[in-house]
Design a protein around this ligand. Structure first.
Ligand SMILES: [Zn+2]
Length: 176
């Protein structure tokens, strides 16, 4: 099983092949736009995709690195929802207590992230998830970053390819 470095570096160095494939498809009439910005965002999501499937392994760096982000986001979202609802007298006390509630949710999210993750090399290591990752990348570029549809399609394609590269190196290419 290739390790973290092998997965990430395979993404770092093989990107010109993904650019070549996308450029070829574009020359054949597919509506992909290889702008500089799309190619740079695509590079980031391609390399991320090359390691992302190991999210389903509790000891993998990507799993351990994502867990605090998920935990903090859950805590932050909770704070937004409870802010202004406590009344313990002093304003600072209310804010601290609201953060106390946020922290409980952050802690639950921390453990749930590992508990709820499908088992290693299960569905997360599948072409279905590669496709979902590509769609999310497309949505991020087209709607999140307000770039053109052609740029979104390019980034979505290379994100899918990066994720698929991981499956190829693992030699575990399944549809689901
Ligand atoms: Zn893997």
């Amino acid at each position: 099983m290739p390790n973290y470095d092998a997965h990430v570096l395979s993404g770092v160095v093989s990107y010109p092949l993904a650019v070549a494939l996308a450029g070829f498809l574009s020359s054949k009439g597919l509506p992909l736009e290889l702008t500089t910005m799309a190619m740079i965002i695509g590079y980031a999501l391609y390399v991320l995709g090359a390691d992302l499937p190991d999210m389903d392994h509790p000891n993998a760096l990507i799993h351990r690195g994502t867990k605090p982000i998920v935990s903090v986001l859950a805590g932050g979202a909770t704070y937004i929802n409870v802010a202004g609802r406590m009344n313990l007298g002093a304003e600072w006390l209310n804010t601290a207590a609201e953060w106390g509630i946020a922290v409980v949710v952050a802690l639950i999210a921390w453990y749930a992230f590992t508990w709820l993750m499908p088992s290693h090399r299960g569905i997360v290591h599948s072409l279905l998830f590669a496709f979902i990752y590509g769609v999310l990348a497309f949505l991020l570029v087209e709607y999140g970053l307000d770039m053109s549809t052609g740029e979104g399609l390019y980034v979505g394609l290379v994100a899918f390819l990066g994720y698929t590269l991981h499956l190829v190196l693992d030699r575990s290419i399944k549809l689901v």
